[in-house]
Design a protein around this ligand. Structure first.
Ligand code: SF4
Length: 207
């Protein structure tokens, strides 16, 4: 395993361990805190289908691939893992674990790319919000309103992960930190850039 895979595997193990310690009711409560995020993801999916379904090829959408899948080391936030784990079965998570734990060279493609597409149930936000330049050019020239909608969605994305205000991705990291777990993927608590944003917004404090 390379360093990226180790970080992914360890973080996934932490997420599974903590979630396994929760009761069904506690898990439901946690899922309830994500309802706004799930709605947002549905809107993004609809937008992409409406405007990019004909442009992006079969490989990109119908098989649940996105154009970023050809890159290795895709950024995953710790919260991405928590959200995905909460909507996945143990078998789904075993597949993710096997994918990041294998020692084969995956070449220049994402370790999470399976034969039938992405192995995540709810793929990482970085993947969800990725549109390649040529697709954007083609669609936005033809449908200028789509460019405005996309800008709006990018702004909405910040409401979940940009820590100049209380955001879901920060909250999810904090829950695990309070429970005694740490992960290098907790960027909202580790990244100097994001910590500076928190500091400027007066959001630092707590754990
Ligand atoms: S996590 Fe999934 S969607 Fe994202 S790059 Fe990897 S295979 Fe593609």
């Amino acid at each position: 395993m390379n360093d990226y895979q180790k970080e992914q595997a360890e973080s996934l193990a932490i997420v599974r361990k903590y979630l396994a310690s929760l009761s069904g009711e506690q898990k439901e409560t946690l899922i309830g805190t994500m309802s706004g995020y799930f709605s947002f993801r549905k809107v993004v999916d609809s937008f992409q289908l409406q405007y990019f379904g004909n442009v992006c090829n079969l490989k990109c959408y119908q098989s649940r691939l996105s154009a970023c899948c050809g890159r290795d080391g895709i950024i995953t936030f710790f919260a991405d893992m928590v959200i995905n784990a909460l909507v996945s079965s143990e078998q789904d998570l075993d597949k993710l674990d096997a994918a990041v734990s294998n020692n084969h060279d995956t070449g220049m493609k994402c370790v999470y790319l399976g034969k039938k597409g992405c192995l995540w149930k709810i793929k990482p936000i970085v993947c969800e919000m990725f549109l390649c330049d040529s697709a954007m050019k083609e669609v936005f020239e033809k449908f200028p309103e789509a460019a405005l909608k996309w800008d709006h969605l990018k702004q909405q994305e910040k409401l979940f992960k940009w820590p100049d205000q209380p955001v879901l991705f920060d909250y999810l990291e904090e829950i695990f930190l309070i429970a005694g777990y740490r992960s290098p993927l907790m960027y909202l608590h580790n990244s100097p850039g994001l910590l500076r944003i928190k500091q400027h917004a007066g959001m630092l404090g707590g754990c």
